[in-house]
Design a protein around this ligand. Structure first.
Ligand code: SF4
Length: 949
């Protein structure tokens, strides 16, 4: 692990491990005197995005307080480096407005009246309710809904131990479309690009600052660039990432698949594809398209059929759709072909999450990888499943037997994750109710579209019986809970995390810094909240104790999973949970630890991370295990099966494991899409997004060329609508923002706290000479918001843009709120489902335990745009399509900065229009969804089938 240690006297210097027990720095506040300060350095893991970079907490030996956070040089993915959000953890833990004690409401939901309660009371209340629900076979009424995930597997285990189908996530407003595109090719739903070794890197959208593996990927992209790689970025907006690129392609949003397929056409037509790879590693023999059936035909005939099929995606067509010049498209295609197996790419949010059909760009991008043979290669595209390591704990419960249609409804059988953003509409339609609801670091009222529908749901006690917000901060959603339960930040909790950051596998260990240090000094704690500020708990211990409260005597079969593997019948401790994993499930860790005379747990507490393996490539070529080969058979399509289950595939004479798809190969032709009623998309295709210009025209009653209402809902504007129709890009973010939690990170909020409307000068002129700072009114399908304009050339003409992650608001002026980041608002329901919000006061300096809050100099908290968006479930992936067709005009005399209006009756109508485009289950054999497609917290196979009655 010494590879990661960087020493020297420059800024990249990281303290060497041998000095972590007593690290000296001069006190900057005492300067020019040279006063020494001594620190204990304790590793932990950042909680401010999913990258899970390694932090080092600097604990002042004199005060026992964490003084700052820097990078952990022993962490294999982040290698001692952090983005701005890592060090800002210091603000979060010392935030004077944070939640410190369990709180219970003592007025109506949303009235903002709270009293302190005890953890025992919380456990008793929820334990009793959940026990009753499970015993009465109403387990589906218990739901855990995660916003920021920050751990691997422990919640899956907990919910399966309870026997319920109750896991909900935020993924369908985040990345589901990209995931579906990848998954249909190779089962793994995320890429793991080997940027550092690539020769050409193509990023779609503001990949880096949109937060996906921000720091670990950014440093490897720079490694690749320094070794000579070229970087191209496709994004309508000149993002920070695009500004560092060799080529910026500002596509009109939603047209990216057209550009990618045009590149594929160039590579095919110029015969620059890797024929051996395509022949060996795709399911080309299953392909049926345009009357051509590959079965029994030659590979050459297949290539001709593909060329014919993609003939329509000429660079000129792509230019017309996207605005990117045909010669740029051709040049980029040739660069990709030249990079060959060293072509890396990434696509996550942006085009994937903004657009109807946003899963097609991932399908099209993968076609480029398949044609260049850059799958599984050094410098190419690897699979997340190859690089993410999730060790299993002791005693894994069996899969649950039930299927919860509030999570996976029949309309979207191919959704990769739960249809979480439609929950208020599902409850409104009478599909079910929730008895006990846990929102976990999750703020849908603010981060989701259609937040007022969430407020309506959350305040309705018929629909949601009991709601606990597990959160480190006050939030717009916590406001409508019955209990607000304080959870810890990066240095206040245990979690185990791994991500696919590079071509290797690692695990990182988050730990409660104060508890660890005090236990090192000989103190003993039963629970982490005893060592944390206030009574901030960690979830691991909360779930263990809640499980005991549900099943106190063990008769429900739940408690057994939360008993110690070392002390039969005794309550499991976190040391035992992680200690067992490190001893038994992490290859190489016990041996490495013992070389230093440490137990595996001591090793992880000391270093905070462990690299399990490196240089992971081409796992598809691994031979099928001898045990699997015994008594196996080879099916007609070359798939090797054992007891009816696929275990590999024949490639030439070799039986290799291949990919986890039905064909065990990369699925160029998706029979799954054919079987599940989308035969027209069996090959990667392009179709027009809901914000395509043709959809703009259709919304205004104009005949639009190629507009097909079968795929795209028509926006219905009110009769008296005014303003110019535009596409709004709402899903980029300024790179220092962290959803709700930037609200209590003062350093970050100081850097950026306003989200104006980006307008290109061409459009500013069209809109009547708009200038920066002018007040604009943006109408969505269900309401409007009012904000300032920012005239900039950093955005392609024809679209407008506004950063999300800003526009926090609070109903109480001073109590139980985040004051440094939110506007104080007047929130009113002026008619049934008609909501108005007006800012009464922006941010201002205030007295608190932290003298810095008196120095708050900014007053703007931004404008909450997401709450004015209706839901747009993609008919195939189920993902919310974030881009909005809007009407933009100058604000009127009665409009004020930050004004918001929404009619949730309209939002329900928009939901119905989008739902009508879906093609519901059942699929073949009465299935709810394909058995081979993963599901979060997967039930037993029998639950995948509709019951006969
Ligand atoms: S990329 Fe930044 S926010 Fe994300 S884990 Fe790393 S340091 Fe934290």
């Amino acid at each position: 692990m010494t590879d990661f240690k960087r020493e020297g006297s420059h800024l990249a210097y990281c303290p060497p491990v041998e000095k972590w027990d007593d690290w000296m720095e001069l006190d900057p506040e005492a300067w020019p005197k040279r006063v020494e300060k001594h620190y204990d350095l304790v590793p932990t893991i950042c909680f401010n995005c999913e990258s899970a970079c390694g932090l080092l907490a600097y604990v002042d030996k004199e005060t026992g307080k964490v003084a700052k956070f820097e990078g952990n040089p022993m962490h294999p993915a982040s290698r001692g480096r952090l983005c701005a959000k890592g060090p800002a953890t210091i603000n979060q833990i010392h935030d004077p407005d944070r939640v410190l004690y369990p709180m219970k409401r003592n007025g109506a939901r949303g009235a903002g009246k709270w009293t302190r309660t005890s953890w025992d009371e919380v456990l008793e209340t929820f334990g009793t309710r959940i026990r009753k629900a499970i015993q009465e076979e109403r387990g589906e009424e218990v739901m855990y809904h995660v916003g920021r995930p920050g751990h691997d597997f422990i919640m899956e285990r907990t919910l399966q131990a309870w026997g319920i189908d109750g896991h909900n996530s935020h993924t369908n407003v985040c990345s589901s479309s990209a995931r579906l595109g990848y998954l249909l090719w190779h089962h793994a739903d995320r890429p793991s690009p080997d940027h550092a070794n690539a020769r050409f890197i193509l990023l779609l959208s503001a990949h880096l600052e949109s937060g996906h593996y921000f720091n670990p990927h950014a440093q490897r992209i720079i490694d690749g660039k320094m070794a000579g790689a070229k970087l191209a970025v496709m994004d309508p907006r000149l993002s920070n990432t695009a500004s560092m690129a060799d080529c910026w392609m500002p596509t009109y949003p939603g047209t990216e698949a057209a550009v990618l397929l045009a590149m594929a056409k160039v590579i095919l037509d110029e015969n620059r594809f890797d024929a051996a790879f395509v022949r060996n590693w795709t399911n080309w023999e299953e392909l049926e398209v345009d009357g051509f059936k590959a079965k029994g035909q030659t590979f050459e005939a297949l290539i001709e059929a593909l060329k014919k099929h993609y003939a329509r995606y000429t660079p000129q067509f792509a230019e017309k759709e996207s605005g990117v010049k045909a010669e740029v498209i051709v040049k980029t295609a040739r660069e990709i072909a030249t990079a060959g197996s060293r072509f890396a790419s990434h696509l996550w949010r942006g085009s994937a999450s903004g657009n109807l059909g946003g899963w097609q760009p991932a399908r099209a991008l993968m076609l480029l990888h398949v044609l260049t043979g850059s799958v599984g290669t050094e410098g190419g595209h690897n699979l997340n499943a190859w690089n993410k390591f999730v060790p299993k704990p002791f005693k894994v419960p069996p899969p649950q037997k039930r299927w919860n249609e509030l999570l996976y409804p029949p309309e979207w059988p191919l959704c990769t994750h739960e249809m979480s953003f439609l929950l208020p509409h599902f409850l409104k339609e009478g599909r079910g109710r929730i008895e006990a609801y846990f929102t976990r670091v999750f703020n849908p009222v603010w981060t989701y579209p259609d937040g007022f529908s969430w407020i309506e749901m959350l305040r309705d006690e018929e629909k949601v019986g009991l709601h606990a917000a597990l959160t480190p901060t006050w939030s717009e959603t916590a406001w409508f809970a019955d209990y607000v339960l304080p959870m810890g930040f990066s240095s206040e909790r245990h979690d185990l995390m791994s991500q696919e950051s590079y071509a290797g596998k690692w695990i990182g260990f988050r730990q409660p810094v104060n508890r660890v240090l005090r236990e090192r000094a000989g103190e003993k704690f039963e629970y982490t909240y005893q060592a944390n500020p206030g009574e901030v708990w960690e979830e691991d211990e909360f779930w263990i104790n809640l499980s005991w409260a549900i099943d106190p005597d063990g008769t429900m079969g739940i408690r057994q999973y939360f008993e110690s593997p070392y002390r039969p019948g005794q309550k499991l401790t976190v040391d035992e949970y992680y200690g067992w994993i490190f001893e038994n499930s992490v290859p190489g860790l016990p041996e490495t630890a013992s070389k230093e005379g440490l137990t595996p747990l001591q090793y992880m507490r000391k270093y905070g991370a462990f690299e399990v393996t490196k240089d992971v490539y081409k796992l598809n070529e691994k031979p099928v295990a001898a045990a699997d080969l015994a008594e196996s058979r080879i099916e007609a399509n070359g798939v090797v099966t054992k007891a009816g289950k696929p275990v590999g595939v024949m490639v030439g004479d070799a039986a290799v494991v291949g990919y986890n798809t039905p064909s065990r190969k990369l699925e160029l032709f998706s029979k799954t899409l054919v079987d599940w009623k989308w035969p027209e998309f069996a090959l990667p295709e392009y179709y027009r997004s809901h914000i395509h210009r043709s959809a703009h025209a259709a919304s205004q009653g104009d005949a639009a060329e190629d507009f097909d209402p079968k795929y795209t809902p028509v926006v219905e504007w009110p009769k008296d609508a005014h303003g110019e129709v535009y596409t709004l890009l709402p899903i980029f973010r300024l790179p220092n923002l962290i959803h709700t939690r930037s609200g209590n990170a003062r350093f970050l909020y100081e850097i950026s706290h306003k989200n104006p409307l980006w307008v290109n000068p061409v459009d500013a002129k069209k809109l009547g000479g708009i200038r920066t700072g002018d007040l604009m009114k943006v109408h969505t399908e269900i309401g409007y918001f009012v904000l300032h304009a920012w005239v900039t050339e950093g955005l392609a003409p024809g679209v407008v843009a506004c950063s999300h992650h800003l526009g926090r608001w609070r109903v109480n002026k001073d109590d139980q709120v985040e004051r440094m980041s939110s506007a104080w608002v007047d929130l009113k329901e002026v008619g049934k489902g008609q909501w108005k919000m007006r800012q009464l006061e922006g941010v201002s300096p205030y007295e608190s335990a932290d003298p810095e809050t008196k120095r708050v100099w900014w007053s703007d908290a931004g404008v909450h745009q997401d709450i004015t968006f209706p839901v747009h479930p993609d008919p195939v992936s189920g993902m919310h399509c974030w881009h909005q067709m809007v009407r933009v005009e100058r604000a009127g005399p009665d409009d004020r900065y930050g004004d918001i209006f929404v009619d949730t009756n309209l939002s329900f109508a928009v939901y119905q229009r989008w739902k009508a485009l879906a093609r519901p289950a059942p699929g073949p054999g009465g299935l709810r969804r394909p058995l081979w497609i993963p599901r979060v917290v997967r039930p037993e196979d029998a639950a995948f089938y509709f019951k006969k009655d």
